[in-house]
Design a protein around this ligand. Structure first.
Ligand code: AMP
Ligand code: MN
Ligand code: MN
Length: 337
C-alpha cells in the first residue's frame, strides 16, 4: 500500500519540471533539513526548484548547506507541482502557499504527523516514520536519484533532531539503517550532533534560567512561560522553547510538560511534551495545532494567562484519560518518546 503511494509521489515528481517545495512555519531541524534534502536533490536532477518557508531559517539550522537558498516569497509562474513537507495542515505553510493563486497546480503532502489533515491532492502520511527526512530517503531512492553529501547531511539533520538525538521510542532499526546509509553518503553525524545538542547561545541558557525560576508543578504536569520581558532581558528574539520543554519533561516527577512563549507577533506559542503512555497531540489539535503523541504544539491569539489556563486544564484532562487507559508511571528504563 505504502509502496504504491511512494511510486505515485515519485511519478508526480518525475513528470514535473518546475517544483515549489515548502515546509511548516516556525521551522525545526526536520522541516529545514527535509526542504534542503529534497530541494537540493531535485535541483541536481536538472529541475527548476524553489525552496520556500514562510518564516526565516532559524539560527539553529544555519549550519546546513545552502540554507540561504530558501526564500520566503516564491514566484508561482509555470509551476507544475507543489510539495509540502513535515507540515500537518495547510495554514501552517504560512504565506508561501496561496491556494487561490495555485488552483491548477497539484499539491503533494509528505508528512509524519498523526494530526495531518490530508490537505494535499496526494497525501503520503507515514505516522511510523521518525522524521519526514526518513521518508524522503526512501523517496529519493525510488526516484533513482543520486544522494549528494549535502543532501545526506540535511536529511540526517532532520532524523537526528526529530528523534532528539536518537532517544525517542520510534528510533527503530530502520532509522539506524537510514543513519548508516546517510553516513556512508558522507553525512557527518558527530558534527551535526555537536551543533544541535552541545552548542547554544548564552542568551538561550539565560532565558531558560529565568523561565525555570517560575516552574510550576501541578500534580505530574509541569509548565513555565517565556514572556516577552524575559526575551528582551536576555536579548533573544527567536523561538527557543523546544529544548526547554524537553528538559522540563525529563524530571522524574513529570509526565506532561508545557512551555508558553509570548512570540514577537503577539501570539502565544505552546510547546507540549509527554512521556510514553500519555498523548498530548489531541490537546494541541483541538486548539488548532498538531503534532505527535509525545511532542505537540499550537499557537493561540489570546493573553498569556488565558492560554495557560485553557491549555493546563486540557492537559489535566488528557493526563487523567491516559491514566485511566494505561496506569503507567514513568520508569527510568523507558524511552522518552
Ligand atoms: P515544538 O514544541 O515547536 O518543538 O513542536 C512539537 C511538535 O508539534 C512538532 O511536530 C511540531 O510540528 C508540532 N507543532 C508545534 N506547533 C504547532 C502548530 N501551531 N500547529 C501544528 N503543529 C504544531
Ligand atoms: Mn517539524
Ligand atoms: Mn518532523
Amino acid at each position: 500500500m505504502e509502496t504504491i503511494l511512494i511510486k505515485q509521489v515519485a511519478k508526480q515528481i518525475t513528470d514535473a519540471s518546475s517544483v515549489l517545495i515548502c515546509c511548516h512555519i516556525a521551522p525545526d531541524g526536520d522541516a529545514i533539513g527535509s526542504l534542503l534534502g529534497l530541494g537540493l536533490t531535485l535541483q541536481q536532477s536538472g529541475r527548476q526548484v524553489t525552496m520556500a518557508c514562510g518564516d526565516p531559517v532559524p539560527l539553529s539550522c544555519r549550519h546546513l548547506p545552502h540554507w540561504e537558498g530558501i526564500t520566503a516569497s516564491p514566484g508561482y509562474d509555470e509551476l507544475d507541482l507543489v510539495i509540502s513537507l513535515d507540515c500537518s495542515d495547510v495554514e501552517r505553510l504560512g504565506n508561501v502557499y496561496e491556494p487561490s493563486k495555485l488552483t491548477h497546480v497539484p499539491i503533494v503532502n509528505i508528512d509524519h504527523h498523526a494530526t495531518n489533515t490530508r490537505f494535499g491532492h496526494l497525501n503520503w502520511i507515514d505516522t511510523e516514520a521518525a522524521a519526514t527526512a526518513q521518508m524522503l530517503v526512501r523517496l529519493i531512492d525510488t526516484l533513482g536519484l543520486p544522494l549528494t553529501v549535502e543532501a545526506a547531511t540535511c536529511l540526517l539533520n532532520g532524523l537526528l533532531t526529530d528523534t532528539l538525538g536518537f532517544r525517542t521510542s520510534n528510533t527503530t532499526v530502520e532509522v539506524m539503517e537510514t543513519v548508516a546509509y546517510l553516513m556512508r553518503a558522507g553525512a557527518p553525524l558527530a558534527a551535526l550532533t555537536d551543533i544541535n545538542y552541545n552548542r547554544r547561545p548564552i542568551s538561550v541558557v539565560q532565558m531558560w534560567a529565568a523561565a525555570l525560576q517560575e516552574l510550576h508543578l501541578e500534580g505530574r504536569i509541569a509548565w513555565t512561560q517565556i514572556t516577552r520581558d524575559i526575551r528582551q532581558r536576555v536579548g533573544y528574539t527567536e523561538n527557543g522553547s523546544s529544548g526547554l520543554v524537553n528538559f522540563i519533561c525529563s524530571a522524574d516527577e513529570v509526565d506532561i510538560a508545557a512551555v508558553f512563549e509570548e512570540a514577537e507577533n503577539g501570539q502565544v506559542n505552546v510547546s507540549i511534551r509527554a512521556v510514553p503512555g500519555f498523548n498530548v497531540s489531541q490537546v494541541a489539535f483541538a486548539l488548532g495545532g498538531g503534532g505527535h503523541p509525545q511532542a505537540a504544539g499550537c499557537s493561540l491569539s489570546a493573553p498569556l494567562e488565558q492560554v495557560r489556563e485553557r491549555v493546563v486544564t486540557l492537559l489535566k484532562q488528557a493526563w487523567q484519560e491516559s491514566q485511566n487507559l494505561t496506569p503507567l508511571s514513568k520508569s527510568p528504563t523507558m524511552a522518552y518518546e
